[in-house]
Design a protein around this ligand. Structure first.
Ligand SMILES: [Fe+2]
Length: 284
């Protein structure tokens, strides 16, 4: 019998350090807080601004039309219970706001860390997201600045992973992120890998890794646990500082090209809340 909590391969710490995707197994579909009914109920427990809806049918690259809209949360709960017959997509954001889901997110992080050879204390700014979507729904191509564990609970989807053309392309997209695009891509990246997400399958998606997801013919429920390590926390902090410097008409070198300067900038920014305030999740 599968264990409830994610079981990472012993080399996960190495994969995390190298930002290499890795599939893993979990038994979270059987967790009482992650049943369809519990997730529908959760939509009524979260604050208004933590429940968002999108159109399920979207192109694989981002449309300029903002399809995000807010709904009555009782209606959301009903539609989550009836995903099969709706063309719906719901995002339940920052579920760690509620004590029971905070404990769930912390336990996932602890078990991932312990099975993967990582110090749990090194995993910071932990956040949980639940995604409920109808058959055929599409997550457009994007990248996140967080480390992400994407865990399928119900239904099947295909996750595509890709890469930027080169460092210059990556830097353009990083600048756009902090200008308010938040990682949405308007061209499809070259695909490097595909993973079939079925119940019990999870995939570690490294930060700054383009990815996109297409639902198969059944409703999908999934949970993403996102977090920072020193690695992506420092990178994001330097990017925030560089963004502000560019607004002052300066031309700071991209993160990674001047490691000593990066370390100094990260030290200045460490503890600052700017990066955190600018983060907006893009669904996974
Ligand atoms: Fe994502």
């Amino acid at each position: 019998m599968a264990t409830t909590w994610p079981q990472m391969a012993p080399d996960f710490a190495t994969r995390l350090g190298r930002r290499e995707p890795q599939a893993f197994r979990h038994g979270l579909a059987d967790h009482p807080l992650l049943s369809l009914e519990a997730i529908a109920e959760l939509a009524t427990r979260l604050p208004d601004d933590s429940v968002t809806a999108e159109l399920a049918a979207k192109p694989l690259v981002h449309s300029q039309t903002d399809s995000t809209r807010r709904l009555d949360r009782k209606v959301v709960a009903e539609q989550i219970r009836d995903l099969e017959s709706n063309d719906a997509w719901f995002n339940l954001l920052n579920i760690e706001q509620l004590p029971d889901y905070s404990e769930l997110v912390d336990t996932v992080v602890r078990e991932v860390a312990l099975s993967g050879g990582i110090d749990p204390e090194s995993i910071t700014r932990r956040a949980g997201f639940l995604f409920a979507s109808s058959p055929g729904a599409v997550t457009s191509a994007h990248f996140d600045i967080e480390q992400s564990l994407c865990m399928q609970l119900r239904g099947t989807r295909t996750l595509g992973l890709g890469r930027f053309d080169d460092d210059a392309h990556r830097e353009v997209e990083v600048k756009r992120y902090w200008e308010g695009v938040y990682g949405r891509l308007d061209t499809m990246p070259e695909q490097t890998r595909a993973e079939e997400l079925s119940s019990g399958v999870g995939v570690y998606i490294p930060p700054f890794t383009p990815h996109w997801i297409t639902n198969h013919g059944a409703p999908s429920l999934s949970m993403t646990v996102a977090f920072f390590t020193r690695d992506n926390s420092d990178e994001a902090a330097v990017q925030v500082l560089n963004h502000h410097l560019r607004r002052l008409r300066l031309a700071p070198p991209p993160y990674g090209t001047r490691p000593r300067a990066d370390r100094a900038k990260a030290a200045v920014m460490r503890g600052a809340t700017a990066a955190r305030a600018r983060v907006r999740r893009t669904p996974a």
